[in-house]
Design a protein around this ligand. Sequence first.
Ligand code: NAD
Ligand code: WQD
Length: 340
Amino acid sequence: MSKILVSGGTGYIGSHTVVELLSAGFEVAIIDSLANSQIDVLDRIERITGKRPEFYQFDLKERHDTRAVLHELDGIDAVIHFAAYKSVNESVNNPFKYYRNNLQSLMNIIDGMIRNKVKYLVFSSSCTVYGQPDTLPVTENSPIKPADSPYGSTKQISEQIIQDAIRSGIDIKAIALRYFNPIGAHESAEIGELPNGEPDNLIPYITQTVAGVRPQLKVFGNDYNTPDGTPIRDYIHVVDLAKAHVTAIKRLLDSDYKSNYEIFNLGTGNGSSVLEVINTFEAVTNRSVNYAITERRSGDIEKIWADATLANTELGWKAKKSLGDALLSAWNWEKKYRNL
Ligand code: NAD
Ligand code: WQD
């Protein structure tokens, strides 16, 4: 049985991935500082899977701790590195916090992998690396645009760090997964997205508004060059995304990769506007969303969706769940979390 180290494994995407890894028969060890997640996620994972992953709480910026734990965890076959800070807004106001955390943690993980002869890495990248693309949908070969935020920069630089490390001759094979907009929750509603304070992202804002935690959703602009004037994104169910990590890990462990560093877009291939999301949410949940159209949010791009053909053909992975499935699961999670 292969053993996978999951950094950031108590976080939103990490916890869903740990569930899929355990269900697929992998052993899992998690490292997380709990900077943006809760310890009870471990109980929740155990309730879903009947298995409890090993857990190490520390900050991956600490190089010696990272080395020591990778050493102690002798027998790790691969690492999935989710751990990072992810708030675009916060990164604009506090860029060093983002550069320090997201880059130092990645370098420490790679350093620990080299010392402990762990060969395989899956890295969480983002569609943010494409900025506003000139042509749609975006393929993995679409140009990387100047980053809109320090957060976006950390994803671009992280991809470069991994490529440079591999080019230097170390024995590591890596897959970078560029996620589009992950949404939704596990069908058990045991795990889901838990934003700190006022959410930045659309779906938690919708569910908190409907739950009565927020008075009203602001729709940031309806004067974009899109059919209904609101921006378009490729929203992907987090469980579909989690399964792609299992597929990527198997590709590495089975030596099915075509090069030492591969990149895959993970999206559905379909774009939805903000108003389409709201309408679909209302249709699948039978709840109405109190919203108002306001000014544009600065830094928002107009439209982006993925060409996921490479992931479909090469990884043999395809997003299966619909936007409605994802929105209903997000609402079920919010309801259960708030005992509604
Ligand atoms: P999350 O904040 O829920 O999970 C990240 C986890 O990493 C948290 O549990 C946090 O405590 C931990 N962490 C952060 N810094 C750490 C450190 N120095 N040491 C140890 N643990 C640390 O975020 P998420 O939404 O699950 O995102 C996971 C990854 O996917 C991130 O790298 C993020 O940038 C990337 N990503 C997320 C999205 C999205 O919209 N959620 C989109 C594209 C890419
Ligand atoms: C989606 C749409 C908003 C909130 C962010 C990061 C990106 C990636 C995914 C990590 C936009 C609109 C939102 C609200 C709204 N993360 N909106 N009212 O901006 O596409 O991407 O998360 O890598 O890097 O930038 O996602 O969910 O914030 O916004 O109208 O209260 O919803 O304008 O059109 P975004 P989002």
